[in-house]
Each structure stands twice: as C-alpha cells, then as structure tokens.
Design a protein around this ligand. Structure first.
Ligand SMILES: [Zn+2]
Length: 199
C-alpha cells in the first residue's frame, strides 16, 4: 500500500475548499490527485487518470453532500453546507483540521461545530463506499449482514443481524434511525460459499 504524502500547502487547501463549496467534486478531486502526485514524484503529472479509486472517492464526496443528518431541523442551509465541506475536506486531505476549515468557511449566524454531526457526514460517505466496494467484488461478496450497536434505536434493531443481498441492502446510516447522535450500524460482508438467510 502506498502512503501518500499529506498536502499541507494552504493555497491548495483554499482551492479545494472553494471547489467543495461550489460542489465541484471532480475539480476538487483533480486538484488533490494532482498535488499528491506532484508531492510523490517531485513533478506535476501530465494528466490525471480516472482510476477506480477516483470513482470511489467521487462517490464518497457525493454521498457526504447528499446526506441529511438526524438533527436537520436545528440546522440552517448554510450550516449544513459548512458540515459537508469540512467533512469533504477531512476525507479528501485525510487530516483532522476541522476547526481550521470551519473557520475558513463559516458565513452563517451560528457556527456549525458539533463533532457528532460532523462524524455522521463522514460515516455516510465511508459506509456507502464499503457497500460499493463489495459490489465491485460481487463474485466473492454476495451480501451483507447489518451490524448494530448495543444501544441501537428500535428502528435499527429491526435491521440488525439481518442478511441482505447486495442489491437489497438498506443504505447506512439507516434513514429511519432515531438515535439523536446518528446511526452507527455498519455492514459485514457475506462471502460466497456459505448458506445465508436473505431478507
Ligand atoms: Zn438507529
């Protein structure tokens, strides 16, 4: 596995944040990939190649930006966008500079700062990405089991420990979850060759 050097150039951060704010995901991703290759090889790349990782990253960004957290009633549109952008920055730059980016993007009345809400956006991206990855290995992974947590809400308990074919798996975080801190269910892959009782 290649460990990429982290992007620390504030100019690049600024550019990526501006792209996310406009929801120009491909542009944001392109800037990050370009800079990562430049840091790794010491020179700018001739072009950005669209790889499966690129497509997966793009899908995670889209998921983060389309996600609605459980506290949506208390959040304004601009606060929602602030959370999405900061979660997107953390995902793309793989750094925990949430406070710094919140400060840079904040333009509403009340700053959006809850780590619990921020975590829900990141969870949404990573969980859909897991399901996507299983889908691209569907010869081996034929379904998923939903893993709940001990203090899961009543709605999540209904899907916990149930087995689903990939195409039928409920989206996580679960849309009917009533936990005020968001759904913490996750997927466990079911590999081919065993007997399952699909829902
Ligand atoms: Zn729940």
């Amino acid at each position: 596995m290649i460990v990429m050097k982290k992007i620390t150039n504030p100019k690049i951060e600024e550019l990526v944040l501006a792209c996310l704010k406009k929801k120009s995901f491909e542009q944001a991703l392109g800037i990050v990939m370009f800079e990562e290759i430049r840091l790794e090889t010491g020179r700018p790349p001739d072009k950005i190649v669209i790889t499966p990782k690129y497509m997966n990253d793009l899908q995670i960004l889209e998921k983060i930006f389309s996600f609605t957290p459980s506290q949506k009633e208390c959040l304004t549109e601009s606060q929602l966008l602030e959370y999405k952008c900061v979660a997107g920055m953390m995902f793309l730059l793989k750094q925990r500079k949430g406070n710094k980016w919140f400060n840079e993007i904040h333009n509403g009345d009340h700053p959006a700062r809850s780590p619990l809400i921020l975590r829900q956006f990141l969870n949404a991206g990573f969980r859909s990405s897991a399901l996507n990855r299983y889908g691209s290995n569907s010869d081996i992974v034929i379904g998923v089991e939903i893993l709940g947590v001990d203090d899961a809400c009543e709605e999540c308990k209904k899907i916990a420990r149930k087995q689903y074919k990939l195409a039928d798996a409920p989206d996580l975080p679960y849309e009917h979850c009533t936990n005020e801190n968001g759904c913490r269910c996750c997927y466990a892959p079911l590999v081919a060759g065993e007997k399952y009782s699909f829902n």
